[in-house]
Ligand binder design. Structure first.
Ligand SMILES: Nc1nc2c(c(=O)[nH]1)N[C@H]1C(S)=C(S)[C@@H](COP(=O)(O)OP(=O)(O)OC[C@H]3O[C@@H](n4cnc5c(=O)[nH]c(N)nc54)[C@H](O)[C@@H]3O)O[C@H]1N2
Ligand SMILES: Nc1nc2c(c(=O)[nH]1)N[C@H]1C(S)=C(S)[C@@H](COP(=O)(O)OP(=O)(O)OC[C@H]3O[C@@H](n4cnc5c(=O)[nH]c(N)nc54)[C@H](O)[C@@H]3O)O[C@H]1N2
Ligand code: SF4
Ligand SMILES: [Mo]
Length: 699
């Protein structure tokens, strides 16, 4: 047996793991000793990695759908078919009729190849990925206030903070090693404040839990800032030297009272005063947030409201402070950095900037797309209207993870051609015309970028199963088939070198430099050859930071007589995303084997429901059946459900109402009704996901 150093394939914490290999099989993993983030630990998902990538149930050859079922095909046949279909769509509709969804679970190298393929081969900016429904509005909101959308500080800064403010993030469950670090900080004396409508595990352990009303985030942050300004607790020196004028925001908040904030958030005036005082008086306050503020139609403004609070108190630009969006997927930071967004090239180089366009046109020897690109949900909408014909989805599971599942399936079925590149035959892959087998992280070389901008190496430990290949190799072969010779990299390192030569924030990075340093945090350039653990120490990328007045907006759908409950969705520690990887582990399945609807006991009593009773949950868009779990984790009137379970996919219910700036759908709030199923009736799997098509076994 030997051990290959690598990085965990699940969440954006980026823990270091060793892949244990015996007879070209991954037989287990172990924590990487001395790793700067995980410090010799892994969470239960990390420990279960070998199940996630096990060859059992993996795709091992290309598949082509004929008369509704899949058959094996050669790479040659599959690539010819994809090339023909893309050419046909391009002939009919031009570059706006084709698109790519890339993969925040795949490497930087895979993602760089995806956006280069979209732009240089297909000639389109229609390239996006799951950041759209995750932290795209952190990128948009913080770009507007600071000029950079990434985490401003490092995970290790938690050790230096004397106050830790966690907003809408279930850290002990979803960023487990960061959660553990926060609890250690609390044990040494730091104050922990959690803002969440649910009593999460961390909320129960925190010094203060602000259990605000679902979706009342802007009201809360405006209210806290109003108290701070009214008492003169703001950091005047920081405002004077580092920020544009605060006066419009001060005027905007002047008429607000703590009584009004209490009425709109449900938080008592005493708690508001206490938190406003503690936050503004902390020596170093580390602020982190998650999906509990981004997944709203007011998401960008929610981020701006947090940014206002941080800036007004000067809690940024020093060790132990900062505004820190906890990026979710293992490489979602990287997929954004690599330019898998419709409006930017790698390193956030503006797609509309003439000099950037000329640089990439020359380097790639390809004309540069001129039309603006579509977001992922924009591509779904275009497909429904016949304006998008051919789509490649590289490692995403939108059938389970995008809002309003009926609409998503309809959009994918409306395409002339769908190709999915995946590890297993997911619900989305079942809808495809062609499915291609991808290599998993332990089967390829490359890099992942964790939530604190740290680029780290993953290494090939075993061969991919059957004929599976790396995503970048697949895209390179397809590019050649379509007549473009600029994607023939000899290996992942050559690809990385092309990327870093074209991307200023990566210009001093190389595999050798990464190996020498346990990864490097961008910007890493001539001025910062060892990377940048803390951003914005002396100035912001936009010069002075901006404080912007924002106003509370209620969720698009609020409870009413027909749909009397507020409904929110979240994650569970033991499962991940659409579940395609964690649900292969018997250990993780044993912990949480099925979806549950979390309901307050008072609501249960009012509906005469007992714990574990089977219920039907309905929204304006669909229904599902599941079991109810009575718990005071949720407040009365609010129901919550995890999104990992295909048997009870909560995105049948969710609302696709969108944030106007970033097109983020409102995954965290809609309205539902609940009714008990007759005694003895088991919850049913809705027809919508009993999709046609072969099961992978036997192919
Ligand atoms: N175990 C596990 N870990 C994961 C993942 C996974 O699937 N499983 N996914 C990864 C990904 S992609 C991501 S993006 C991250 C996400 O990690 P988190 O951001 O922690 O994700 P969620 O659990 O969806 O939501 C966080 C919290 O927001 C709260 N919330 C809901 N509404 C509001 C509100 O109006 N205001 C406030 N303040 N809070 C609210 C919810 O109650 C919930 O506790 O996790 C990553 N890590
Ligand atoms: N209701 C509700 N819905 C949500 C959310 C929510 O909080 N509530 N959260 C949203 C968020 S934040 C996110 S990020 C999305 C996540 O949504 P997705 O990205 O769709 O979810 P995952 O399950 O991570 O799917 C990733 C797929 O990538 C595949 N994969 C892994 N590694 C590779 C690789 O190297 N190459 C290729 N080609 N494929 C690979 C896996 O097999 C898996 O099927 O879900 C969103 N949906
Ligand atoms: S905290 Fe995240 S990166 Fe670390 S082991 Fe767990 S899932 Fe993997
Ligand atoms: Mo995410």
């Amino acid at each position: 047996m030997h051990v290959v150093p690598s990085i965990c394939t699940f969440c954006g914490v980026g823990c270091g793991l060793g892949v244990r290999v015996e007879d070209d099989r991954v037989v287990g993993v172990e924590p990487q000793p001395g790793h700067p983030i995980s410090q010799g630990q892994l969470c239960s998902k990390g420990w279960a990695t070998s199940f996630a990538i096990d060859p059992v149930n993996r795709l091992t050859s290309p598949l082509i759908k004929e008369c509704g079922s899949f058959r094996r095909a050669s790479w040659d046949e599959a690539l010819t078919r994809i090339s023909d279909e893309f050419h046909m769509a391009l002939d009919e509709l031009g570059p706006s009729g084709v698109g790519i969804i890339s993969c925040a679970r795949a490497t930087n190298e895979d993602n760089y190849a995806a956006q280069k393929f979209a732009r240089a081969v297909l000639g389109t900016h229609n390239i996006d990925h799951c950041a759209r429904i995750c932290h795209s509005l952190s990128v948009a909101g913080l770009l507007c206030t600071l000029g950079s959308g990434a985490m401003s500080n490092s995970i290790a800064d938690i050790d230096q903070a004397d106050l830790i403010l966690i907003i809408g993030a279930d850290v002990t469950e979803n960023h487990a090693m960061i959660g553990a670090r926060i609890l250690r900080a609390q044990a040494r004396g730091a104050t922990v404040i959690v803002v969440d409508p649910r009593k999460t595990r961390l909320a129960r352990l925190a010094d203060i839990h602000l259990q605000l009303r679902l979706g009342s985030n802007i009201a809360l942050f405006n209210g806290l800032l109003q108290i701070i300004l009214a008492n003169g607790w703001e950091n005047q020196a920081f405002l004077a030297t580092r920020c544009e004028t605060i006066e419009p925001l001060r005027r905007h908040l002047a008429r607000l009272t703590p009584e009004q904030t209490c009425a709109s958030t449900g938080i008592s005036i005493a708690e508001l005063l206490q938190v406003a005082y503690l936050y503004s008086h902390a020596n170093a306050a580390f602020t982190a947030y998650g999906m509990g503020i981004t997944q709203f139609q007011s998401g960008t403004n929610n981020v701006v409201a947090v940014s206002n609070l941080v800036l007004a108190c000067g809690q940024i630009g020093r060790p132990g402070t900062g505004i820190n969006p906890l990026r979710g997927q293992n490489n979602v930071q990287g997929a954004c950095d690599m330019g898998c967004l419709p409006n930017v090239y790698p390193g956030y180089q503006d797609a509309n900037d003439r000099s950037v366009q000329e640089k990439f046109a020359a380097a790639w020897a390809a004309p540069i797309p001129q039309q603006p690109g579509l977001t992922s949900l924009g591509m779904s909408r275009a497909a429904l209207h016949g304006q998008l014909r051919a789509l490649m989805i590289m490692g995403e599971e939108p059938v389970l993870t995008d809002p309003d599942q009926h609409q998503v399936s309809k959009a994918l079925q409306a395409l002339d051609f769908l190709v999915v590149v995946e590890l297993t035959l997911t619900e989305t892959a079942r809808l495809a015309d062609v499915v291609l087998p991808a290599a998993a992280f332990a089967e390829k070389d490359g890099t992942f970028t964790n939530c604190e901008r740290r680029v780290q190496r993953v290494r090939q430990a075993i061969a991919p199963p059957g004929e599976a290949r790396c995503d970048w190799q697949i895209l390179g072969a397809l590019a050649r088939r379509m007549g473009y010779a600029g994607m023939n990299w000899a290996n992942a390192e050559a690809l990385f070198d092309e990327m870093s030569a074209l991307t200023p924030i990566f210009s001093a990075m190389s595999y050798a430099a990464l190996d020498g340093h346990a990864g490097l945090q961008w910007p890493c350039d001539a001025a910062h050859p060892h990377g940048s653990p803390v951003l914005h120490e002396h100035s912001f990328p936009r010069g002075r930071a901006r404080l912007l007045p924002v106003t509370q907006v209620a969720p698009d759908e609020c409870p009413d007589a027909e749909y009397p409950f507020a409904f929110t969705t979240h994650r569970l520690h033991f499962h991940y995303g659409g579940g395609s990887m964690t649900r292969k582990s018997p250990l993780l399945e044993r912990e949480t084997p099925e979806a549950l609807l979390f309901m307050h006991p008072a609501d249960g009593a009012a509906l005469s429901l007992h714990d574990q009773q089977a219920v039907r949950v309905r929204s304006r868009r669909g229904w599902l059946e599941t079991r109810v779990h009575l718990t005071d984790d949720v407040p009365p009137g609010t129901l919550a459900m995890p999104y990992h379970f295909r048997e009870a996919p909560c995105n049948l219910l969710t609302n696709s109402a969108q944030d106007p700036n970033s097109k983020m759908p409102e995954l965290k709030a809609c309205a539902v009704a609940v009714e008990p199923l007759p005694t003895g009736v088991l919850p049913r799997m809705p027809e919508a996901i009993l999709l046609e098509g072969n099961h992978h076994a036997g192919l």
